[in-house]
Design a protein around this ligand. Structure first.
Ligand code: HEM
Length: 250
């Protein structure tokens, strides 16, 4: 058989499948608190086992799958690297992100607070609470702000150990901004609800229901525009008092 004949199916498949094939995690794989990084591992943009993820792999995965700029990718990788309990680590595993009160925080949209038990994986009850505040088919800044405020308000009222550091606050707002500016449209700051629900529930990119990665590169500055608009639209809870920890989302 000629080499070109052998190669042909791969070329056709490659052309027909511009994104990583989805394969749910195996029991030996590692996943964690971030629904997007879990999905990127499930598609093979990040290592499927979820382990030893380095800066290049992160920057390339975020660029290939989501059109994040390399600078933004490097910035986000820092949070991953700092989550690794080994000092001076150059890689991280997805479950390193679960370290409670480092970047992981109470009042997540789809995870219960650590006080109540397993806190790092998707929880349908918690997600249903959030979905109640997503009152339209297309999420906008106000709906996302309400969904976020609702989670912190509920946690504050029901979790005797509820707390939110300055960094936790910044991550919480940034994750909500990411829904609109990365999964959705950074210009209009909107996102079809079905894409977000699909991603959170299946830890799979919502290609099959019409999602495409942004045609425009997405920078940290783009995220911050939405970040500030969400803060403006948030009526409750108030921003926590400064606790002297490092601010990374200014
Ligand atoms: C290296 C890159 C990234 C790191 C280190 C990271 C880290 C984290 C961490 C630590 C959390 C848990 C926060 C919590 O307690 O709720 C989280 C949640 C989240 N991340 Fe990521 N993330 C990354 C990339 C992304 C990207 C590109 C998106 C784009 C949409 C994203 C979207 C989210 C969302 C929406 C949540 C909230 C989940 C919830 O509240 O239930 N992340 N991420």
């Amino acid at each position: 058989m000629k080499f070109t004949t052998l190669l042909f199916p791969a070329v056709v498949l490659g052309a027909a499948c511009p994104y990583g094939t989805f394969k749910p995690e195996e029991p030996t794989d590692t996943r964690g608190v971030c629904p997007m990084l879990n999905a990127l591992s499930n598609h093979g943009f990040l290592p499927r086992n979820g382990r030893n993820i380095n800066e290049n792999q992160t920057v390339n995965a975020l660029n290939d799958a989501l059109n994040l700029t390399p600078d933004f990718g490097r910035f986000l990788f820092t949070a991953g690297r700092l989550s690794n309990p080994k000092p001076n680590a150059t890689t991280f595993n997805l479950n390193h992100l679960d370290r409670h009160d480092l970047f992981e925080h109470d009042g997540s949209l789809s995870r219960q607070d650590a006080h109540f038990g397993q806190w790092s994986r998707f929880n349908q009850t918690v997600w249903n609470w959030t979905l109640q505040y997503y009152t339209g088919d297309v999420l906008d800044v106000q709906m996302v702000a309400n969904g976020r405020a609702q989670r912190h308000m509920r946690s504050n009222l029901t979790d005797p150990e509820y707390r939110l550091s300055e960094v936790g606050h910044e991550f919480s707002v940034a994750e909500n901004a990411a829904i609109l500016s990365i999964i959705g449209d950074k210009v209009t700051q909107t996102c079809p609800k079905k894409f977000v629900d699909f991603l959170f529930t299946n830890e799979q990119l919502p290609y099959s229901i019409g999602w495409k990665k942004s045609g425009l590169p997405i920078s940290l500055q783009d995220l911050l525009r939405t970040y500030h608009d969400i803060e403006e639209a948030t009526a409750f809870p108030p921003r926590p008092a400064s606790d002297n920890s490092t601010e990374i989302f200014n």
